[in-house]
Write a protein of this length. Structure first.
Length: 335
C-alpha cells in the first residue's frame, strides 16, 4: 500500500500592492537589495510562485531557493563611540575559556529535517547565506560592532531558521568565533531547530546563577565541517519575565562577562518578534545592530515600519532577509 503524503503547505501570496509597499519600506533602510537568482526575483515581481508547478519530487529543491539579502545601514548617529559589543570591548580576553567549553554533538538528521541548509551545503541556496555572512562580517568590522540581534516583526517569519543557518556558515571562518544565544525566552526554539535537547535556563544564566563554562557549549567535531569555533547558549525553560530580566543590571554584567571570557568575534542573539510584547525593546541596549527577517506572505509594510519605530531610529538595521517562514513546509524566496 502506497503511503499517502500529507499535502504540501503553500506560501500565502502577497497582494501585489502590499508586496510593493513592503519592498518600498525595506528599501528605506539601505541600498536596493541584491539577489543571486534573477528568475525568482522576476517571478515574485509578477506575483507568481516559482515552485507552484514543481513536481512532488522537487519539494526539497523548491524549499532551497533561498536568497537572504544583506542591506547595509548607516552607523548609529546617537552613539558615535563603541557599542556594547564593540571590538574594543573584546580585544583582550585574559580569561579566555573557549577551549575548555564542553562540547555538544551535531544532529545531522535534525539539521536536514529543519532545512538548516548551510550544514551539508548540497543545497545551492546555502550560497545565499554565505553572501549574507560575508556582508555581515564586513559591516561589523567597518563599525567595530559584534553584537547582532536577529528578530522579525511577527511570528513565523523564519528568524530562528535564519539565525541557525547564519551561525553555521560563520563557523567555517577559521578566524571568526561565533556565539549564538537563544534570547526568545518566552518561546525558546533554537535547541529544537538544531536537533538538541536543552534543560538549561537562560533566565538563571542571565541572573548570574551559572558560570559561563557550565552553560555555553561548543559544537563537537563532526562530519559536516561545522567549525569548532561555534558556541551555543541554549534555553529549555520558559522565562515569563524576560523584559524585566533584560532591564536588570545583572543581565548586562553577565553578557560583559561572556564577552570577556569567550571573546567572540560575532555574537548572535535569536530574539523574540519585535511586535510581541516589549522584550526586544528591553534588550536593545545589549546589541549593536539588528538583522531583520521578514516573511513573504506574512509581513506587511506596516509591520516593518512599526518594528523599526519600536527599536528606535538610532538602532541600525544592518541587514534585511526576506523568506517564507519557520517550521514545516518552508518555502523561501528572495526579492
Amino acid at each position: 500500500m502506497t503511503e499517502q503524503r500529507p499535502p504540501r503547505r503553500r506560501r500565502p501570496r502577497l497582494d501585489p500592492g502590499e508586496r510593493e509597499r513592503l519592498l518600498a519600506e525595506i528599501a528605506t533602510y539601505g541600498p536596493p537589495p541584491v539577489t543571486q537568482d534573477k528568475a525568482i526575483r522576476a517571478a515574485l515581481t509578477e506575483g507568481l510562485d516559482p515552485a507552484a508547478e514543481a513536481p512532488a519530487g522537487a519539494e526539497a529543491a523548491a524549499a532551497a531557493e533561498a536568497v537572504p539579502v544583506a542591506v547595509a545601514a548607516p552607523p548609529r548617529a546617537a552613539e558615535p563611540g563603541p557599542g556594547p559589543g564593540s571590538a574594543s570591548a573584546s580585544a583582550s580576553a585574559p580569561g579566555d575559556i573557549w577551549s575548555s567549553l564542553l562540547q555538544v554533538p551535531v544532529n545531522e538528521a535534525a539539521l536536514a529535517q529543519n532545512l538548516i541548509i548551510t550544514a551539508r551545503r548540497v543545497d545551492p541556496a546555502h550560497a545565499a547565506f554565505d553572501v549574507l555572512r560575508a556582508r555581515l562580517v564586513q559591516a561589523l568590522a567597518d563599525r567595530g560592532w559584534n553584537r547582532v540581534g536577529i528578530t522579525s516583526p511577527t511570528r513565523d517569519c523564519g528568524k530562528t531558521f535564519t539565525a541557525a543557518n547564519l551561525a553555521i556558515t560563520l563557523s567555517r571562518y577559521d578566524n571568526c568565533r561565533t556565539l549564538l544565544m537563544d534570547m526568545d525566552m518566552r518561546n525558546p526554539s533554537l535547541a529544537k531547530t538544531i536537533g538538541l535537547r536543552s534543560t538549561s535556563s537562560m533566565g538563571d544564566f542571565l541572573r548570574g546563577q551559572e558560570a559561563t563554562d557550565a552553560f555555553i557549549r561548543r559544537v563537537a567535531p563532526n562530519g559536516l565541517n561545522i567549525g569548532g569555533n561555534l558556541a551555543l547558549g541554549l534555553n529549555g525553560v520558559i522565562e515569563p519575565y524576560a523584559a524585566e530580566l533584560f532591564h536588570e543590571a545583572r543581565c548586562a554584567e553577565v553578557l560583559a562577562r561572556v564577552q570577556a571570557e569567550l571573546a567572540p568575534d560575532v555574537l548572535l542573539f535569536d530574539l523574540p518578534p519585535a511586535l510581541a510584547q516589549d522584550d526586544v525593546i528591553a534588550f536593545r541596549k545589549h546589541m549593536d545592530c539588528v538583522l531583520m527577517v521578514v516573511g513573504g506572505g506574512i509581513t506587511r509594510a506596516s509591520d516593518v515600519r512599526e518594528s523599526v519605530r519600536r527599536l528606535g531610529e538610532d538602532m541600525p538595521i544592518v541587514g534585511v532577509v526576506m523568506n517564507k517562514a519557520e517550521g514545516e513546509g518552508i518555502d523561501l524566496y528572495g526579492y
